[in-house]
Design a binder for this molecule. Sequence first.
Ligand SMILES: Cc1cc2nc3c(=O)[nH]c(=O)nc-3n(C[C@H](O)[C@H](O)[C@H](O)COP(=O)(O)OP(=O)(O)OC[C@H]3O[C@@H](n4cnc5c(N)ncnc54)[C@H](O)[C@@H]3O)c2cc1C
Length: 681
Amino acid sequence: MRRQKVVVLGGGMGGLTAAWRLSEPGWKTEFESITVYQRGWRLGGKGASSRGASGRIEEHGLHVWLGWYENAFQLLRECYEELNRPVHDPACPVQSMSDALIPSGTIGLAERRNGALRPWVTEMPGNGRSTLASKAGRELTAVDFAVQVWRLVSRYFEGTAGAPSSPGFNPVRTAATGVAVSSAALITEAARLVGLREPRYNAETLEFGTGMSGSGVTGGSEAGGDGLHRTWQGVALMTAAIRGIVADRLLTDPRGLRTINDEEYLDWIERHGGPSELRDFSIVRGLHDLAFGYVDGDPTRPSMSAGTAVLFGGKSLLDYKDSFIWKMSAGMGDIVFAPLYEALHRRGVTFEFFHRVDHLHTSRESNRIEAITIGRQVRLEPGRSEYEPLVSYGGLPGFPAEPLVSQLSGATGIERHPLESHWCEWPDVERRVLKRGVDFDVAIFAIPPAMGRLVCTELLADRPEWRDMVDRIGSVATQSLQLWIREPERSLGWNHPGSTVSGIDAPFGTWASMAHLIDVEQWPTGDRPGTIAYFCGVLDAPPIVESAPAAKWKAEVRRRAVDFIDHDLGGLLPGAVGANGFRWDLLCGSGGGGDSDLLDSQYWRANIDPSDRYVQSLPGTDRYRLRSDESGYDNLFLAGDWTDSGLNAGCLEAAVLSGLQAANAVRGRSRDHRISGYFLP
Ligand SMILES: Cc1cc2nc3c(=O)[nH]c(=O)nc-3n(C[C@H](O)[C@H](O)[C@H](O)COP(=O)(O)OP(=O)(O)OC[C@H]3O[C@@H](n4cnc5c(N)ncnc54)[C@H](O)[C@@H]3O)c2cc1C
């Protein structure tokens, strides 16, 4: 039988995962070739990062791995084992999976009080469910579940009475405070549910009135009004969720959590008795920040489908292994995409960089993709057969911030053009048409729907389900900011190294302490940062495709960043603010000076390209996602976080799940073949 030629269109996490599973040892007996087509000079898509001046890491936005990303961990583990750097690259500073990912269980939520940000930080408890070591992972058992709930509750008690690391920690006082606060919260919620008065909270006096005479609690301590108020909100949220799960029969309905995916999460919580003030609860805002769940990027309009929110929130809290969050020990490009490139390349997968997919052409008669038009952005220098995209940064291979012009022909000035952007004006050097039966047999479409709208016009004209998919699945632009600050975090007043804090309001819902990257970057002595801070959030840019609004939105993000730094950063890093506001001369790479123009030496992005828009999980959209094997065409399969993978949320695990499912479909295997974990049915 003739071996098939596979093309993977798009080199993000979904496409590369499909290529990884298809190219397992022995693949050449089944396939003649596997070729990845990617516009521009690097891989990674929404997760791409590269190295700029002084080897600094420049990301699309903060990327963390949640501790339950079982299939993504497994993929990376396989990749590092196969690379075998101890033998092939012993000088590389990241040798294995355990060098690549760092447990980062310190998380926080920000609350705004009297106009100022007030972060609430805790260390999520570890557990013995190893992510790095075990290959197969272990399913959550009922005992694990109960123990994990107990760990979370005890850690919360510690937070209300003083953390164990603090000198004043006293286990007896912790237990007593925990029991007192929880009892008060439970009584308050019970009273509310049976129709007594609504609890009231005054953020200025920190007074929490429970609605029962004489039971108001006052005080500035965590155990006082603030702690009780938060505990009551947590109890009210859990009570409503449990009521909802039982009343909507989610555990017995064969459609499981999908049953409620047409409903908005907070509406569902309210339908089951949750108070409306949960809309402002920091944990609820943190969940929406994690999933960029805001309609049109408007932070006042949180929205997630209820089933996905319960699945995502539940897995995040209860199903993590070892650590709640894992951070990468360098950029996502260095830790994930460069190793995947190296290992795939070694397996014999071909990469066609600088190849932009322009159109998929169909045939009604054959029900197949017959041709693919590609715009070739640049030619390689004469005599060169392939582009080699990686550069060594302190011994670690990674993608540079610009194409390596020395490998290209006639490319003077190309580095100033945004080759990954839909609005790039650099002229193509060639129009290539890949033909079925000649250049490919099977195609894996790994390009998100907002870009699919532009390149799949024939499929859209042909099939209503494609039109529904691109019209109905919501997406949102995002903005990010990275600051390199000379002084260490502690001297700036932040005492939670490695923490990730969400629930901050616009423009950046999340900030992360990333000082572990200082030694990975190549800063000159005298201009070395002591703090690296990443910020990320939604952006209210509409999905415009006709004109080129990139410059406008980049300027807008800069303006918002200056405003945020001037007005809000002091709530997180008080020491960075002096009598005249933010001390701009603290910024590295600026060469000294003193005003907001120095921000230009830092890094920020407006992620507005159709392909860069974050794919959301809005209510009522689930049904319009297509599965990897549901393209409707016999030789076309789908991979990416936008498909119906069973997770249906924009995250690395969803992209990996989908890539694995696409590979399973190409091979004619069952959808969940060699996939772990519990997801939507
Ligand atoms: C700011 C931000 C922060 C995030 N943070 C996290 C996080 O902390 N944790 C987490 O798990 N997830 C996070 N995500 C989500 C995560 O990045 C995505 O789920 C994942 O990267 C999606 O992978 P994908 O392969 O589905 O799509 P993409 O990454 O979008 O891949 C699509 C690929 O196709 C290429 N492409 C597009 N158009 C064309 C064309 N015409 N021709 C050729 N190639 C093309 C793109 O360049 C890209 O390489 C974040 C996303 C954003 C935007």
